[in-house]
Design a protein. Structure first.
Lengths: 542, 115
C-alpha cells in the first residue's frame, strides 16, 4: 500500500495534536497538579508517535517518543511537572511542528533534534524549593532560533509556518474557477446589452470590469497551479521498479520539473504519462544484451522534458530504445482491417506512427516490439484531446521514440475563435488553430480530386466544415472563403466555414448527455446574447 | 468495526482492510461511541485500540464481549508490555496487532481469525 497518500492526513492530524498539546502545557503551568491534563498530553504525543511510526517518519517518532517518556514519568508521579520541563516540551512541540512542515513541503531534510533529545533524556527536575531559572536555549537546538542580535521574545509568532499560507480544499478552487467563468459570461451579457441598447455610460465601468475579471482569472488560475514535479516525483521509483522486473536498466532524467500546470490538467495526464513510461520500459528500451549488440550503452535512457511557451506546455517523453517502424505499423493496420491497402499507400510516416493510438490496434497479450505499443495509447490520445491538447509521435527504428503532449496550461476558461457554420456558431480553442486564412476563389485548385490551396510552399487540403457537421452549405457565392488551418503532427488541413465572428475569452462547460456523446464536440458555452455555442474537438476533424 | 481515537489510524486501517476485501461497516473514536455503534451495526470483527480518551481499551473489551459475545476482537496498540497483551488475550481478544503496523501484519491478524 502506498503510504504517501496519507501524508496530508498525517500533516493535518499532527497539527491538531500539537496545537492541543501546546494549549495543555500552558494550562498545566497554571495548575501543575492537573492530572487529567497530563494524561491528555501523554495521549496526544503518543498518538503522534504512533502515526509517525506508521508513516515511517523516524525523526518525528524518536522525538515524540522522548517527550512521551518524560510525560510518563510525570504521570506516574516520579517527577513533578515544572517550568523547565514545560520549556523542553514546548521546544519539542515546536521542533515537531517544524518536522511536520518539512514533511508537508516534501523536504527530505528534517530539522535536527539530536540536541533536544539529549536534553530530554538527561532531564532532571530542579529541586522544588529553588526558584526555576528559565532554561537557556542553545542556539543550535531549535529550528527557528532568533538571530543573535534580535531581542529575546518568548511570545514571538512563527510567521513562516502559520500565517503566510492557508490550506484550501481543491473543491473550493474548482468553485472559484466556476464562479470566475460565470462572471466572464455575465460580462459578455452586459456588454451585449450595452451595445444593443446603446448605453455609452456603461462603457467605462465595463472596461474596468473586464480588467478586474482578467486579474481575477489570472489569480484564480495561479492558485491552482502546481509544478510538474508533483507528478514527476513518483516516476523515478516507478521506472526503476518496472525496469527491474524486466531485467533492464534505465536512467530517467526529468527536465523542467518546475514548470507549472493547472492541477486539473496534471491530474488528468498522470495516468497517460505512466502509460507512456510503461510502454517505454516494456517495448521501447531493449534488454542490456541487445543494446550492447547494437553498440548502445547497456543502460537505457528515458528523458522527460517539460517546456512552456505562451499558453502551452509541451511534455516530451523520449527513449533511446528500438523505436517503431512506420511501414510495419501500416502493414499491421491492413492486417487488422483498420486501413485498406490503398489507404496505406497514401498515409504519411507521422500518420502511420499515430496508428498505435487506434483503439484495438494491439492486444495487451501481444508483446512483440510493434504491437505492444498500442496498449493504452488510445486512452492516452483521448485524455490529451479531452484536455484540448494534441499528441504527436516521432520515432526512428533503432534510435528510439518520442511522445509529445502539447497541453493548454489551464482548463475551462480559454481563448476561442468563434465561427459561423450553417445554423451553428462554433468555438475553436485558439491553441488548436495554427492560423486563419481568407482565401479568394482562385486561390483554390484541385489536386488528385481534392480541393487544395498553397500555404508556405505546401499544398494544404481543404475540407468543408459545413459538410463534416451536416450543416447547409455557405449561402451565396461570397468572393472570400474563410478557412481555419489546423495541424496535427505533420498533417495539415484547412476547414472551410461561413464566417469568422472573432476571438473571445470563453468559459467552457462540459456537455451533458446525450450531447457529450457527439464525437466532434468537447464542450459548450453560453454567449453574451444567450446563444449556445459548441466547442469543436479539432482533432476529430483533421 | 474500528475503534481508535485517531482519524489517521482509522483511515489507514480502513484503507488496508478495504484493500483486502473486508468491509469496514463502522468506526468509533471513543469507548462510549464504540458501545453505541456496536449496538447498531453488529460487526463480526472489532479492531480495538487500548489507549482511548474515555475508557481503558481492556475494560471496553470486556464490555463489548458481554453484550456482543460473537464479536471477534483484535487489539491494535502500541503497548508492547507482555502482561497487558496477555491480559487482553485472556479476556477474550482473538489477536493482537502491534503498532506501528504494516498492511501485512493487519492482514495476517485478520486471516488468523478465519482459520
Amino acid at each position: 500500500m502506498d503510504m504517501s497518500a496519507y501524508r496530508d492526513l498525517f500533516v493535518s492530524e499532527s497539527r491538531n495534536h500539537l496545537n492541543a498539546f501546546n494549549e495543555l502545557i500552558v494550562q498545566l503551568e497554571g495548575n501543575t497538579s492537573d492530572q487529567a491534563a497530563i494524561n491528555e498530553m501523554f495521549r496526544h504525543v503518543h498518538s503522534l508517535k504512533g502515526m509517525a511510526a506508521t508513516m515511517q517518519y523516524d525523526a518525528v517518532t524518536e522525538l515524540a517518543h522522548r517527550m512521551e517518556d518524560q510525560l510518563g514519568r510525570v504521570r506516574s508521579n516520579e517527577i513533578a511537572f515544572c517550568p523547565s520541563l514545560a520549556d523542553l516540551l514546548l521546544e519539542g512541540s515546536d521542533l515537531l511542528s517544524g518536522m511536520v512542515t518539512a514533511i508537508e513541503n516534501g523536504e527530505g531534510e528534517q530539522p535536527d533534534a539530536t540536541n533536544l533529545i539529549e536534553r530530554l533524556e538527561s532531564f532532571t527536575p530542579a529541586p522544588a524549593a529553588s526558584a526555576e531559572p528559565p532554561l537557556a536555549t542553545p542556539a543550535d537546538a531549535a529550528p527557528e532560533t532568533p538571530a543573535a542580535d534580535s531581542p529575546p521574545d518568548e511570545h514571538r509568532f512563527r510567521q513562516s509556518d502559520s500565517f503566510k499560507s492557508v490550506r484550501v480544499k481543491t473543491d473550493t478552487l474548482d468553485r472559484l474557477v466556476n464562479i470566475t467563468g460565470e462572471l466572464i459570461t455575465t460580462r459578455h451579457r452586459l456588454m451585449d446589452r450595452a451595445r444593443r441598447y446603446t448605453i455609452p455610460a456603461l462603457n467605462e465601468p465595463l472596461h474596468h470590469l473586464s480588467g478586474l475579471l482578467r486579474e481575477l482569472r489570472d489569480e484564480v488560475f495561479k492558485a491552482r497551479m502546481l509544478p510538474f514535479a508533483v507528478v514527476a516525483e513518483r516516476f523515478p521509483r516507478l521506472l526503476r521498479d518496472l525496469a527491474r522486473k524486466q531485467g533492464k536498466e534505465i536512467s530517467l532524467q526529468v527536465e523542467g520539473q518546475e514548470i507549472e500546470l493547472d492541477r486539473g490538467i496534471l491530474e488528468e495526464i498522470t495516468e497517460p504519462l505512466v502509460h507512456i513510461l510503461r510502454n517505454a520500459v516494456d517495448h521501447g528500451v531493449e534488454a542490456p544484451d541487445e543494446r550492447r549488440a547494437t553498440g548502445k550503452s547497456p543502460v537505457g535512457a528515458v528523458t522527460i522534458t517539460v517546456t512552456r511557451d505562451k499558453d502551452h506546455v509541451a511534455i516530451s517523453i523520449a527513449d533511446d530504445g528500438r523505436g517503431m517502424d512506420s511501414s510495419r505499423l501500416a502493414q499491421k493496420a491492413v492486417e487488422k482491417k483498420i486501413l485498406t491497402a490503398a489507404e496505406v499507400d497514401t498515409i504519411s510516416r507521422q500518420t502511420a506512427l499515430m496508428l498505435v493510438c487506434t483503439p484495438g490496434f494491439s492486444m495487451a497479450t501481444e508483446v512483440s516490439d510493434v504491437s505492444g505499443r498500442g496498449v493504452g495509447m488510445d486512452v492516452v490520445k483521448t485524455a490529451v484531446h479531452v484536455l484540448g491538447g494534441t499528441l504527436s509521435i516521432e520515432s526512428e527504428p533503432g534510435q528510439g521514440s518520442r511522445f509529445i503532449l502539447r497541453l493548454p496550461i489551464t482548463v475551462s476558461i480559454i481563448h476561442a475563435l468563434l465561427v459561423e457554420c450553417g445554423d451553428l456558431t462554433l468555438a475553436f480553442p485558439v491553441n488548436t488553430i495554427s492560423r486563419t486564412i481568407e482565401l479568394r476563389r482562385d486561390d483554390i485548385f484541385e489536386e488528385a480530386g481534392r480541393k487544395v490551396f498553397a500555404l508556405d510552399g505546401r499544398h494544404v487540403p481543404l475540407k468543408s466544415l459545413n459538410r463534416l457537421l451536416n450543416q447547409p452549405p455557405p449561402r451565396g457565392g461570397s468572393p472570400i472563403v474563410p478557412a481555419v488551418v489546423n495541424e496535427a503532427g505533420d498533417s495539415v488541413v484547412g476547414l472551410v466555414t461561413d464566417r469568422f465572428l472573432g476571438q473571445e475569452e470563453i468559459f467552457v462547460k462540459p456537455l451533458g448527455l446525450p450531447l457529450s456523446r457527439m464525437k466532434n464536440l468537447t464542450g459548450g458555452i453560453i454567449t453574451g446574447d444567450g446563444q449556445i455555442v459548441f466547442v469543436v474537438d479539432v482533432s476529430t476533424l483533421v | 468495526m474500528i475503534v481508535d481515537d485517531a482519524v489517521f489510524m482509522r483511515n489507514i486501517l480502513r484503507a488496508i482492510i478495504n484493500d483486502k476485501g473486508y468491509a469496514v461497516i463502522a468506526e468509533a473514536a471513543s469507548g462510549i461511541e464504540a458501545m453505541k455503534t456496536l449496538h447498531d451495526h453488529d460487526p463480526d470483527i472489532v479492531i480495538l485500540d487500548i489507549i482511548l480518551p474515555d475508557v481503558n481499551g481492556l475494560d471496553l473489551l470486556e464490555s463489548i464481549l458481554k453484550v456482543h459475545p460473537r464479536a471477534k476482537v483484535v487489539i491494535c496498540s502500541s503497548i508492547s508490555q507482555e502482561p497487558i497483551i496477555k491480559k487482553a488475550l485472556d479476556h477474550g481478544a482473538k489477536a493482537f496487532i502491534q503498532k506501528p503496523f504494516t498492511p501485512e501484519k493487519v492482514l495476517e491478524a485478520l486471516e488468523g481469525l478465519e482459520a
